[in-house]
Design a protein around this ligand. Structure first.
Ligand code: KIV
Ligand code: ZN
Length: 390
């Protein structure tokens, strides 16, 4: 049997950006979108246009910039939201309106103050309206995993009948154990999708640290679109990390027989680029892109790795684009070492820019013993015309 393709839907610029410490300027969002496209992401969710003028402008700018990827804009299942999303997407080569409404009783009673019937009707109206404004429509049942399964299936069915081709089943509060989530996805596949050309999407939050595990379990149960973010940023404890999902699929392909368009060697540069835009870096022990992800400290581990990297490494640093760091940068390092490290991170500079950067680097090296890639990236001023190597 041929391996099935999965769609990678990146929401770094929407669910990621809306979380504390992650706001980005317009030019940073556009730069990030370019990098996501290079990385091979299929769908870039660029913002929530009705939420702010900034989000509207970001979706508009990303729509004009991106060529291959589909650009998605989020909107509640309300007329004004959907209209604004459609307007922001006008220039997109491939557009998607992503409309959502909460479906769990707890959200209906306390947040929306609406009946199931009202939510059902709002879904039908919003999806229908969105179908006339974008190439495709995705519907999300917010808090799907705490929704009565019969009502969930009913509303998803109505969304398909009204024109949605992607059904997202978010674990909005990160509550599901992977096997429970897989069971919900299997029910939706059997009861709603049946033989129709509809994609099931997964969207997991990481409140219990299970977002990636839930995502992989959902893929095994029939989901074919993954919603994720670079470095796992997102509301509260974040979303499923794109780099972790991709490397799980790549490393364990015998168990997860899926194909995707992601160029894994761009995972690390993309993670670094994002860190340089937001107000915090990657935790050192973060899987795949953390500073220590490939560092071997214990003597016994070092001996094993030197004899054969397979002893302790299930993937190589190069496979995810981590540069070879044999040169340690510190206060005795010269310009060449600095330029070479920046080049390996994908940046090129003019001679006068190098002088300015070197001054900044020397000042930092006087204060800090070890200079990491994150530190170097933080040295680059926003105004400097940098280039990320394709
Ligand atoms: O977590 C969530 O439920 C969401 C929806 C808007 C898709 O982000
Ligand atoms: Zn979310």
């Amino acid at each position: 049997m041929q391996n099935e393709k999965i769609t990678i839907f990146d929401t770094t610029l929407r669910d990621g950006e809306q979380s504390p410490g992650c706001s980005m300027y317009l030019d940073e969002k556009v730069e990030m979108a370019r990098q996501l496209e290079r990385l091979g992401v299929d769908v870039i969710e660029a913002g929530f246009p009705i939420a702010s003028e900034g989000d509207f402008a970001a979706v508009k700018a990303v729509s004009s910039e991106v060529t291959n990827a589909t650009v998605a804009a989020l909107g509640r299942a309300m007329e004004a939201d959907v209209a604004k999303a459609g307007e922001a997407l006008e220039k997109a080569r491939h557009s998607r309106i992503h409309t959502f409404i909460a479906t769990s009783d707890i959200h209906l009673e306390y947040k929306l103050k609406k009946t199931r019937n009202e939510v059902f009707e709002m879904t039908r109206r919003a999806v229908k309206q969105a179908s006339g404004l974008a190439d495709e429509v995705e519907f999300s049942a917010e808090d799907a995993t705490r929704t009565d399964i019969d009502f969930l299936c009913e509303i998803l069915d109505a969304a398909v009948d009204s024109g949605a081709s992607v059904l997202n089943i978010p674990d909005t509060v990160g509550y599901m154990l992977p096997n429970e989530y897989a069971a919900v996805i299997a029910s939706v596949k059997e009861r709603v999708v049946r033989d129709r050309d509809v994609t099931i999407s997964v969207h997991c939050h990481n409140d219990l640290g299970l977002a990636v595990a839930g995502t992989l379990a959902a893929l095994e149960a029939g989901a074919r679109q993954v919603e994720c973010t670079i470095n796992g940023i997102g509301e509260r404890a974040g979303n499923a990390a794109l780099e972790e999902v991709i490397m799980a699929v790549n490393v364990r392909s015998e168990k997860l027989p899926f194909i995707h368009n992601i160029d894994a060697t761009l995972l690390y540069p993309t993670s670094q680029l994002l860190s340089s835009f937001i107000s915090f870096g990657v935790q050192p022990n973060k899987a795949i892109v953390g500073r220590n992800a490939f560092a071997h400290e214990a003597g016994i581990h070092q001996h094993g790795v030197l004899s054969n990297p397979l002893c302790y490494e299930i993937m190589t640093p190069e496979s995810v684009g981590v540069p070879q760091n044999d040169i340690v940068l510190g206060k005795h390092s010269g310009r060449h070492a600095l330029v070479s490290r920046l080049q390996s991170l994908g940046y090129k500079f003019e001679a006068d820019e190098v002088s300015e950067l070197y001054q900044r680097f020397s000042a930092l090296a006087d204060k800090k013993k070890n200079i990491y890639d994150q530190d170097l990236l933080a040295l680059i001023p926003q105004t400097m015309p940098t280039a990320i190597a394709a």
